[in-house]
Design a protein around this ligand. Structure first.
Ligand SMILES: [Fe+2]
Ligand SMILES: [Fe+2]
Length: 274
């Protein structure tokens, strides 16, 4: 079990920031913006799935997972609040949040699905965020030149995603979810999530008048496909999810706790799982 702490981030999100807040780099900004645009609705879905999962568990299992689930919910609720503020700034800059509409439409189609599949979709997406989070913490150049308050926002979110990477997966197992559906849902989530993030990134670049520039795609290639880039270097970690004996705790996450320790002055602890 993980002792999950809820933290309030001490940063200013009232002061506006420019579209290319990430070091003036159009691609890196558009991509991180697309992720942020997906978060408030996605994180609400995760909260609902694990909360419903907890209610569905028999008493003994519920007691053993309760504290961790409440910590998870507290962390995701804080993330969605902060990213809603971040996204409000993007909206003022004229960026259209289409990814939220796409994902909500898709969720309506899957409203009647078995609860275990909703938890499986949460665990699958959390695998993506955990891989992304650890990679960002290991590669500060992904946020090179970003305003310090925004770099702090992303690194804090990454540290907590790494920290709570086990929760949805453990809930899926506690609910008796099987391997076949875990992997089937993971493949589905992988394709739609990447497709949606890509489409939203392209829309953001179009709005920023940067879609058809060489410099944009040079940066995109470097971020995703360089030797140690996000896509290329994380492929083995992504694939590991399909192993029968996979558990998220097997994945690297060492930088999460050191970031939280070294940056304790950037947040206050508002809740601790009891
Ligand atoms: Fe989150
Ligand atoms: Fe998460």
């Amino acid at each position: 079990m993980t002792d999950l702490v809820v933290r309030r981030l001490l940063i200013d999100l009232d002061t506006p920031f420019p579209a290319r807040w990430n070091g003036g780099d159009a691609f890196r900004s558009a991509f991180f913006n697309a992720l942020s645009q997906s978060f408030p609705s996605g994180e609400q879905y995760f909260i609902d799935a694990v909360r419903d999962g907890l209610k569905a568990l028999p008493e003994a299992k519920r007691a053993s997972l309760s504290a961790e689930v409440h910590g998870f919910i507290g962390q995701e609720a804080t993330h969605r609040r902060i990213h809603a503020l971040f996204n409000a700034n993007l909206e003022r800059l004229g960026f259209d949040n289409a990814i939220e509409r796409w994902t909500e439409d898709r969720r309506k189609e899957h409203r009647g699905d078995d609860l275990r599949n909703k938890v499986a979709a949460t665990a699958a997406t959390e695998h993506f965020t955990a891989i992304f989070a650890d990679w960002v913490l290991r590669h500060p150049e992904a946020l090179a030149g970003a305003e310090p308050r925004l770099r702090t926002l992303w690194q804090w979110h990454c540290a907590e995603e790494s920290e709570h990477r086990n929760t949805a997966f453990d809930m899926y197992q506690a609910l008796g979810g099987n391997q076949v559906w875990r992997i089937k849902v993971f493949k589905y989530v992988s394709s739609v999530f990447l497709y949606d993030v890509l489409r939203q990134t392209l829309r953001n670049l179009w709005h920023d008048k940067a879609l058809l520039r060489w410099s944009t795609w040079r940066s995109g290639w470097k971020l995703w496909f360089a030797k140690d880039g996000m896509v290329r270097s994380n492929y083995p970690l992504w694939k590991a999810y399909m192993a029968a004996d996979f558990h998220p705790s097997q994945q690297p996450a060492a930088l999460s706790q050191s970031w939280l320790r070294d940056n304790a002055d950037r947040y206050t602890v508002v809740g601790r799982a009891a």
